[in-house]
Design a protein around this ligand. Structure first.
Ligand code: 5AD
Length: 354
């Protein structure tokens, strides 16, 4: 017999409205059931497998000035580096020899990476590692650019929407960036054929629980193949450095760890087939973050495959975890940690199961 609580959750995730989701978020009585059901849903579709992606942070240059981000253009103290195509290929070689078959190229919006250069890099990776998947996470570009990157062989594209509420988006971003444009990029990526990832931060300045409910509703509308959800973590050189002590930035999110895990669980229930990472930000926030996210339905981890000498420079937030299970070299550590929690480390491409 399923409990009435369980039935209520199932009813809401099958016909979600913002109000009903907000009710689930507000009422802690439901949270354990939501997380358990999310874990079961992941198991039903993907089993106990957790897919690994090698994350290569290709550039810390960024033309944007997002208020939350450590590599924003106005941060004069950020260490800036840019990997050469050869360095990127070297990272992929290292990754391939470790067994990785997905490479995620992530970076700030760095104009040095023109379409020509990126397409060349993508083609070289694909030629050297036939059968691998290439994921890009390089921000907003034109539809034409996305199309060229797709034709060059890129398979997936991650572009978090950050928050689906226009007013909240405007508090986190400078005026030249808009939610409308971000959403148009996401729609274009999907249309072009990318496995597309959206997502948001939890506990960001001025975020309300209604904003989170709106983020979940947007996910159900876009229906992306991937969803990245992580806690907001302040960066000391950003306008949000004093976030914790400044009431004008207060968020309704009291406990970012448990709220992020709850959002992962609800994303899993709303989009049962999605690939959902246990994010580095969550692992940075708490040593239990990763396991909690996996138990609540996440099924991807993205260890860092960047050259070791730049790992300390790609800092979107303070104290970023990049050692231990966050480092691609620690594969055995990852395998053991996953097995200990009852998961199987899977190094295959791990495509979306449609
Ligand atoms: N805290 C947490 N996540 C952040 N990101 C950027 N800055 C921060 C921060 N201070 C996230 C954004 C972006 C992704 C690459 O990293 O959601 O999309």
């Amino acid at each position: 017999m399923r409990s009435t609580r369980e039935q209520t959750i199932q009813r809401i995730v099958q016909m979600p409205t913002r109000e009903a989701l907000l009710g689930l978020i507000r009422d802690e009585e439901y949270h354990d059931d939501i997380k358990r059901l999310a874990g079961e849903t992941r198991d039903r579709i993907y089993g106990h497998r957790v897919y690994l992606r090698g994350l290569i942070e290709i550039s810390s240059y960024c033309k944007n000035n997002c208020y939350y981000c450590g590599i924003r253009s106005a941060n004069r103290n950020a260490l800036r580096y840019r990997l050469t195509p050869e360095q990127i290929l070297d990272c992929c070689r290292t990754g391939a020899s470790l067994g990785f078959s997905t490479f995620v190229l992530q970076g700030g919006e760095d104009p040095w990476y023109t379409d020509r250069r990126l397409c060349e890099i993508i083609r070289s990776i694909k030629a050297e590692h036939p059968g691998c998947a290439v994921t890009l996470s390089l921000g907003e570009r034109s539809r034409e650019s996305y199309r060229l990157l797709y034709e060059a062989g890129a398979d997936r594209y991650l572009l978090r929407h950050e928050t689906a509420t226009p007013g909240h988006y405007a508090r986190l971003h400078p005026p030249e960036l808009s939610l409308e444009h971000r959403m148009r990029c996401l729609a274009a990526l999907k249309e072009i054929g990318f496995q597309t990832g959206a997502g948001f931060m939890v506990g960001s300045p001025c975020q309300t629980l209604e904003h989170l409910a709106a983020d979940l509703i947007y996910l159900t509308e876009l229906n992306p193949q991937m969803v990245g959800i992580g806690p907001f973590l302040p960066h000391h050189e950003s306008p949000f450095a004093d976030f914790a002590s400044d009431p004008s930035m207060a968020t309704e999110v009291q406990d970012p760890l448990s709220m992020t895990v709850l959002m992962v669980a609800l994303a899993r229930l709303l989009l049962p087939h999605a690939l959902i990472p246990a994010t580095t930000a969550l692992a940075t926030l708490s040593t239990e973050g990763r396991e909690k996210a996996l138990d609540a339905g996440a099924n991807v981890i993205m260890p860092n495959l960047s050259p070791e000498d730049v790992r300390g420079a790609y800092l979107l937030y303070d104290n970023k975890a990049s050692f231990g299970t966050e480092a691609a070299e620690s594969l055995e550590k990852n395998r053991l940690a996953l097995e200990k929690s009852g998961y199987i480390m899977d190094m295959s491409r791990g495509d979306y199961i449609g």
